[in-house]
Each structure stands twice: as structure tokens, then as C-alpha cells.
Design a protein around this ligand. Sequence first.
Ligand SMILES: [Zn+2]
Length: 291
Amino acid sequence: MTHRHTALLAGAFALLATLPASAAGLTVVAAENFYGDLARQVGGKAVAVTSILSNPDQDPHLFEADPSTARALKSAKVVVRNGVDYDPWMEKLLAADPSPGRAEIVAADLMGRKAGDNPHLWYDPRTMEAVAGAMAERFAAADPAAKAEFKSNAAAFDASLKPLDAKIAAMKAKYAGTPVTASEPVFGLMAELIGLDVHNKAFQLAVMNNTEPSASDVAAFEDDLKNHRVKVMIYNAQADDQAVKRLVALAKDSKIPIVGVSETEPAGKTYQAWMFAQLDALDSALSGKAS
Ligand SMILES: [Zn+2]
């Protein structure tokens, strides 16, 4: 057997391994793993979920699909994706292989977001609530016997966001208007909910789009750090950018606390725990308790 065939077989077994014992047939493919986590929380045992973007060491903005992604989509009954140009590869794959029996949930469409908006929609818990509701509906259409279970799971998910919402409200009361800076807009929607005054947005967009930030944008960022015009620097721990690395070093030298955030959900964490831990780290940094 050639190496190529071995690899193909291994891929097939990997996919089979994700099917539940009952093989209920409600196969869900999520473009991003936080939506995959949500599909598991709403679908429970009735769904078999495959998440495509799940590596916290890879820049999702640079992701390119390989044949295993197209194979995973073959049996999908429901596909969940973010939209707003975050996962154009998924759009292309779906267009290339139309299937009338496949439902699609697009987070951006549910939230009325358009191309050019901040694409990191899951940093607003309301996005997850909307996607959970859409999942309960789509899953029920595919598996009507489990309709009540999907509905109650989605309601339980909504209720589980309460501590997160309370944390956001408490931080807003303490920190609204506080100036901070960030390497990328990944945390942007959450920063808006807290009411933070986020500096250097042009720099952040350039880094997100993997283009060179302008000299004046870099200089403005450096000035903010050197002159302590910001309380904290939030950086995308998942992207590997030289300009950002230099600014992280400058923040450390300037004794500005840095807080790492990620685009992709870390293994072994739920969406709720992941978001809460990041808010906790930011809270500590803003209150001056962080190392
Ligand atoms: Zn991003």
C-alpha cells in the first residue's frame, strides 16, 4: 500500500471515529471549533460534530482547506460557519459541492453583520445565543424526535452565559472609558461591551489582514506604550507577526501589562470557560494585579 492510500484510509477512520454509537446521521460540520463546541452543547448525543479550524497555533486568517475538509462536508446535514470573510474557504467548498439536504447556519447573517465589520463575532455572547437558537431549529428539522431536547439544551446554553454577562457588566462598571491598545481586533466586540477605549485600530486591521502596518501607525502604537497612554495591551497570541512581537517587548519594557487572547477555542475548554478566563486575565491586568 502506498503512503498516499494509507493517509486516505487514516482520514476515513478519523471521520468514522467522530460518529456516535447510534450513528444518528445528524452530522454537523463547524468551520470554527467554538461553533463546533456549541453544536455539541445544543445537539448532545444526537449529533456528530467535526470542527475544521481547531488549532490554536494556526492563524485562521491564513487557513486553506485541504481534501479532508471537502470529505467531511460530504455527509454534513448542518454546516455552521462565521461568515463576513472569516471563512471564505468554506463558502467556496459549499458552492463547489451543492447538496439540497444540507442546511447552513451563518453567524454573520443571524447578527446582520456585513463584510468589513469586525469578523470575530463570537466575542459577543449574543452571537452564540443566536447561533444556539438557529442550531436548535436546524437540528430539529433534521431529527424531529429530539426537538424538545435541542430546545432545552439551547435554553440551558443561554442560561449558562449569565456569569459571563455578569462579569462583562461588572467590568464595564469599573473600566468603561479606560484606554487600552490591541495588536488585532480579535477581542474588539468584547472590548466594546466593556466600553473600553481601544486605540490603534488602523494598526490592528493591517495586522489582521497580514499587511504591513504603516510607519505612522507603528509610531502611534509605540507612543501609547512609551508614554503610558494605555493601561493594557491586548495581543492575539495566535498570530505570529514581527511588528507585534516588537510591540509586546516594548510593552514589557514600558511596564504596560499584556493580555493574550486567541481566535480559536483552546482544547479542553468550553466557550463559556474560555471567554471567562480571558476576561479574568484582563480584569487582573486592568486592576494592576497581573504580574
Ligand atoms: Zn482574527
